[in-house]
Design a binder for this molecule. Sequence first.
Ligand SMILES: *Cc1c(COP(=O)(O)O)cnc(C)c1O
Length: 366
Amino acid sequence: MQVPLLDLKAQYATIKKEVLAAVSEVLESQVCIGGPKVAELEKKVAEISDCKFAVGVSSGTDAILNSLMSLEIKAGDEVITTPFTFFATVGCISRVGAKPVFVDIDPLTYNINPELIESAITKKTKAIMPVHLYGQMADMDPIMSVANKHGLAVIEDAAQSITSTYKGKKAGSIGTVGCFSFFPSKNLGGIGDGGMVVTNDKPLYDRLTFMRNHGSNPKYYHKYVGGNFRLDPIQATALLVKLPYLDEWSQARRKNAAYYDKNFAGSAVKTPYINPDCVSIYNQYVIRVSKRDELMKTLKEKAIGCEIYYPVPMHIQECFNYLGYKKGDFPEAEKAANEVLAIPIYPELSDEMKDYVAESILSFVR
Ligand SMILES: *Cc1c(COP(=O)(O)O)cnc(C)c1O
C-alpha cells in the first residue's frame, strides 16, 4: 500500500466539475486582475474569520509582508517571534529591514511561549508575531495582554490555521492582523499561490489595500511604496468552490487525528497536545519520537509519506547568522526540530490507510 503525506488528486476528484466550471467562467469574463471573485472571497473569508475586513493577496508570505509594511515596521524596529516556524514568518521581518527577535517555544504545543515574551521587549519592539503552528492557535490571552501593556501590534501568522479557534475566537480575529495562506497544501488551498490578510481596523485595512497595489490611491498617485501583492481571480474562484467544504475537511482531519491518538495511546509515540482552549484544524498531525530519523527512513521504505516541519529552527539558519544567535539559544525549538514528524492526516485517507500508517509506526517503536 502507498500512503502519500497529502493527496491533492483525491480532493480534486471530488470537486473537479465545479472547479472547471468556475475557472472557465472567469476565463470567459476575461477579468484577469481583481474583480468580483476576489471581492466575494474576501467577504467570505472575513465572515468565517469573524473579522470586518479581508484583503486578498498573492501568497501567505505576501500577507505577512503587506501586514508588516502597512504597520510601517521598518529598519531599526524589532519584531518578537518564534524560531520554530516556516521561513516566511521570519524572512518577511528581515525583508522590511526590521530585526527578528526570537523567544523559545512551549514544548507541548510547539507555539511561542508567552511567558518569555516580556523579557525580550526593548524600546525598539514594534510587534509580536505568534505563529499558529500545525493548525492550533498560540496561547493568545497572555500574548495580547503583554502586547496591550506595551502598545505593540500583534500579527497572527495563521497560514496553517484558518478557522481554527482559541476560546471560541477565530484565528486572525484576536491580533491587529491575521495572515492566511492558500498554498495548495494548506487546509484551504488554491490551485496555485494565494493568501489573505484579515483585520478589524479600518485605517489599517485601507493601507493593506493600497499597499498590495504599489501603495497607490488613486491609481498613479502613490502614497506609500507598496508592491504587487494582488490575489489572482483564478485562485479566488477555485477557493470559492472549496470554501464550503472547509469545515467538513477539517472535521475529517480531526477524526483521523482522534483515530491516531487512540492507536498511539500508551506507546512511545508522543501524540499532538491540543490546548483545551483550542480547536485545531490539523494542517499537520505531528508525532514526536526519539529515533525520528530512523522512523522516517522506515516509513519511506513502506511508501508512507512523512515530513519534518521544520528541521532547522530559524535562529540557526545560515541567512540569519547576522542576528548573532547560536546553537543552544532555544533548546525547546532545537529539541522539537530533532524529534517531530508529520504523518498523513488528509481528509480522504481510508481506514485501511490509517491502519497501515499506525501499524507501521507502532511496529517500529515496539
Ligand atoms: C505556508 C506558510 C507561510 C507562507 O505561505 P505561502 O502561501 O507559502 O507564501 C507562512 N507561514 C507559515 C507558518 C506557513 O505555514
